[in-house]
Design a protein around this ligand. Structure first.
Ligand code: NDP
Length: 326
């Protein structure tokens, strides 16, 4: 593959150039019971930028706001050279129904709050985090376009919405002359490939760059889980670690562990790590613009950046494909 972090790619049908690996920051802060303390988060950010990375991903409610706040500090010296993406729609205040959701009131208040937390005048890329199957998409697109015209947001994008709705939105934005969606953030990894049916072909057709999240399926593809973990009950292993978070969310199944075994075999053949193979597999898809790194430690980040050097043989790709086909 022989990419580097500064092998920038165009994001969807836009002129914006982003790194092939984006820095996910849901691990910035420990408010969710796992993640990196401020010092470690700073080191993750610095290493990523030092290697030429420019694409940073957060959301207004990640780690209860710590992720955005930390980024607000870390980006003081290099804000302009970064493509800073954040998301809105998740509830900012428990019990206050309008503090989240895709509607106009939530959109405007969330963006103002993000601008303050991120310590910036503009957001490069604003994602609708989750569509609620209720808010009219015209209301969302018009609101997003207003923010673009105000200069508070430069580009708009979407995550976690069905393909039919995203393509409808893109057509409406086009007809009305509103800002088009330039990126689609979806879960995509060797375990979760359903996006290949509709979402990814739709994104290609409609001019959205695909940005996979959870490329390692939250860690399941790193090979750190065993069959013993599969049989352990949630209660028995509930010690608050991320490892158990996955178990509680059903990420561990026989099928998924079988896929992780194939990843491990291919990694051994290549002299690479399982995390590198899992990440590189997402990047081998030409519709993927950038995959989101979910590193919690500096060692994990260093490891994950090595994914850019992985070169699969045709037979290795075929085995990975066969093990995970949907
Ligand atoms: P991953 O699938 O990469 O999972 C991250 C976890 O995998 C880490 O916490 C760590 O687990 C483990 N891990 C990562 N790298 C390594 C390594 N080299 N060796 C061993 N273990 C490793 O990604 P995430 O699910 O965290 O998602 C990445 C980013 O995507 C987020 O930060 C966020 O920006 C975005 N995202 C967006 C969503 C959306 O709805 N749009 C939803 C989810 C994420 P451990 O902590 O156990 O060490």
């Amino acid at each position: 593959m022989s990419l580097t972090l500064d092998t920038y790619r165009l994001l969807g049908r836009s002129g914006l150039r982003v790194s092939p690996l984006a820095l996910g920051t849901a691990t910035f802060g420990t408010d969710w019971g796992w993640g990196a303390e401020q010092d470690e988060a700073r080191k993750l950010f610095d290493l990523y930028v030092e290697r030429g990375g420019n694409f940073i991903d957060t959301a207004n409610t990640y780690t209860n706001g710590s992720s955005e706040r930390l980024l607000g500090e870390f980006t003081r010296d290099n804000r302009e050279s970064l493509v800073l993406a954040t998301k809105y729609t998740t509830l900012r205040r428990p019990g206050d129904p309008n503090s989240g959701g895709p509607h106009r009131k939530s959109l405007f208040a969330s963006v103002e709050a993000s601008l303050r937390q991120l310590n910036t005048d503009y957001i490069d890329l604003l994602y609708l985090h989750v569509w609620d199957f209720t808010t009219p998409v015209e209301e969302i697109l018009r609101g997003m376009d207003d923010l673009v015209r105000q200069g508070k947001v430069l580009y708009v994008a979407i995550s976690n919405a069905p393909a039919w709705q995203v393509s409808r939105m893109q057509a409406i934005a086009d007809l009305r002359g509103w800002s088009p969606l330039v990126a689609l953030q979806i879960e995509y990894n060797l375990i979760e490939r359903t996006g290949e049916r509709d979402l990814i072909p739709m994104a290609r057709e409609m001019g959205l760059g695909v940005v996979p999240y959870s490329p390692l399926a939250g860690g399941v593809l790193t090979g750190k889980y065993s069959r013993d973990d599969l049989t352990a009950t949630n209660a028995a292993v509930d010690d608050g670690t991320r490892k158990n978070f996955n178990i509680a969310n059903g990420g561990l199944t026989e099928r998924n562990l079988d896929i992780a075994d194939v990843v491990k075999d291919v990694a051994t053949e290549l002299g690479r790590t399982t995390a590198q193979v899992g990440l590189a597999w997402t990047l081998r898809n030409p519709d993927v613009t950038a995959s989101l790194i979910g590193a919690r430690t500096l060692a994990q980040l260093e490891d994950n950046l090595g994914a850019l050097e992985v070169d699969f043989t045709a037979s290795q790709l075929a085995r990975l494909d066969e093990s995970s086909a949907i």
